[in-house]
Design a protein around this ligand. Structure first.
Ligand code: ZN
Ligand code: CU
Length: 496
């Protein structure tokens, strides 16, 4: 049976960055069937449209579904497949496996840092195929495209993580990665900043990136340093991708730590110069705080650090290290040690740097949300609406069309997602209806778990996933996620 939805009289923003126009979008089954004016008058032959499936979008914008290019959602899509934190922001596709950490291909009962960033103890999938089967069984609400983590490959193949991989270990990593790419992985990620990957020389990553290159994949990297050594780290990332012949994606670009504030004045021109030589993009989240596991080396006594989870002291989540230190009568590093294992938000960035990166044409939006944290960074629930509310509507850093492009068309193009990220006839029907005047994030550092406002309807593969139905009795609020129509997005080889 054919299923159709007609979105009428909205501001159609197609995701390419082009100006919006007032009109209609027709969804038939899992595809966008048509865009134009007065589509009611020219419905395809035999299509019967129920009045309840016609949505008046006057005053609202119709956009492609958002692509969250930077996530650690590998496990949460299986555990909580309704993905409310994401669909409630308008996100219809997540890229998993960032920062060198992916759930596959690795099997272990008890994971250690930084693998525990995924919020799960047991890693159960020795292949992307196994992960894909679990995903199909879980039926997530969003589409999923997977990166394979360099750190995960090291855990799977390297005996001593304090060393570079030996020749035979590297061969084993390349073999595993090859199978993952054959199974449809989107590319490789690295997190050279993390201890378990730091010993890897650039050559190790180049070999792996060469595997990805053969399949037309991408390489995303959490740089070896986002602090003093960031320029060297950017050169390393650029050279690695260039030597392997893969597009480079610089993860969550930032200059961290007060002594580095303002240095996007150096890094952004450097990234631009790399982009003249090779394909380069970067992702960014719209906040001055980062978030990761608790690490003593990031505790400098200067910046604020907010505890997001702690196994020995769950009662301390949501508090700053400074306030706990005062209460316990010890220094902040001691507090950090006592709270481990745990996670935190680090207020390590400067607003001017964040703005410079967000406004840049090479940047796209990624939440970097950590879905398992007890008191998560607010980006998990609010990153995308915050870009619209704060950086488009309030600060006018760019047009609405550009903001949407950074969440959709640009993101899908950089990650080579097939026929997604734009409103185009024949393409997949991932679509958002939002209220440009009202859209805003509600989550904060104090109250991080909150639904955003102004995201009216979200369709994933043509299916209404979030938002109000004509026959919903409770018009006051959004009912929970209505259906789960997400898919694994397998990389298509470039010749297809
Ligand atoms: Zn990262
Ligand atoms: Cu990350």
């Amino acid at each position: 049976m054919t299923h159709a939805t007609l979105l009428e009289n909205g501001l159609v923003i197609d995701g390419t960055g082009a100006d919006g126009w007032i009109g209609d979008v027709l969804l038939v089954d899992d595809r966008i069937a048509a865009l134009g004016q007065n589509l009611r008058q020219s419905l395809p032959d035999g299509l019967i449209l129920q009045e309840s499936n016609c949505v008046d979008c006057s005053g609202l914008a119709i956009t492609p579904g958002f692509v969250d290019v930077h996530t650690h959602d590998d496990a949460i899509v299986l555990k909580h497949p309704d993905m409310l934190p994401k669909v409630s922001q308008g996100i219809t596709t997540v890229i998993t496996g960032n920062c060198g950490i992916s759930l596959a291909p690795f099997v272990v009962e008890k994971s250690e840092p930084p693998l525990n960033l995924l919020g799960i103890d047991s890693f159960r999938f020795d292949s992307v195929q196994g992960y894909a089967r679990a995903l199909a069984a879980a039926r997530p609400a969003v589409n999923v495209a997977v990166l394979i983590g360099h750190t995960t490959l090291r855990f799977a193949c390297v005996r001593d993580l304090a060393l570079a991989a030996s020749a035979s270990e590297l061969d084993a990593m390349c073999g595993l990665l090859t199978r993952c790419m054959e199974d449809g992985a989107t590319g490789l990620s690295s997190g050279l900043f993390y201890e378990q990957a730091f010993a890897a020389p650039a050559d190790e990553v180049v070999r792996l990136a060469q595997v990805v290159s053969r399949f037309g994949g991408v390489y995303a990297t959490h740089l070896r340093s986002e602090m003093q050594a960031i320029v060297e780290a950017l050169h390393e990332a650029g050279d690695t991708a260039f030597r392997a012949g893969v597009p480079l994606i610089i993860s969550h670009h930032k200059c961290a730590g007060p002594v580095n504030w303002g240095r996007t004045r150096e890094t952004v021109p450097l990234i631009e110069s790399l982009a003249r030589r090779q394909a380069v993009a970067m992702d960014v989240y719209p906040y001055v705080a980062g978030s990761t596991v608790l690490r003593e080396d990031l505790v400098d006594g200067v910046i604020d650090i907010l505890v997001s989870w702690s196994t020995p002291h769950p009662e301390m989540t949501g508090r700053t290290l400074a306030s706990i230190a005062a209460e316990w009568g010890v220094d902040q590093k001691t507090v950090c040690r006592r709270l481990q294992p745990g996670g935190a938000c680090y207020f390590q960035m400067d607003e001017e740097d964040v703005k410079r990166v967000i406004a840049h044409p090479l940047s796209m939006i990624g939440s970097d949300g950590l879905p398992h944290d007890q008191h998560p960074h607010p980006r998990l629930w609010g990153a995308f609406p915050r870009v619209l509310a704060r950086y488009w509507r309030e600060q006018k850093l760019f047009s609405l069309e550009t903001a949407i492009h950074k969440m959709t068309g640009l993101s899908a193009r950089n990650f080579r997602l097939h026929q997604r990220g734009q409103l185009q006839a024949g393409w997949h029907a991932d679509v958002v209806v939002l209220d440009p005047a009202r859209v805003r994030d509600v989550s904060t550092y104090e109250n991080p778990i909150a639904l955003s406002e102004g995201i009216e309807r979200v369709f994933v593969n043509g299916v209404l996933t979030y938002g109000r139905d004509a026959d919903d009795s409770d018009l006051a609020g959004h009912p929970p996620v209505k259906s789960r129509a997400g898919r694994l997005l397998k990389r298509r080889s470039p010749q297809v």
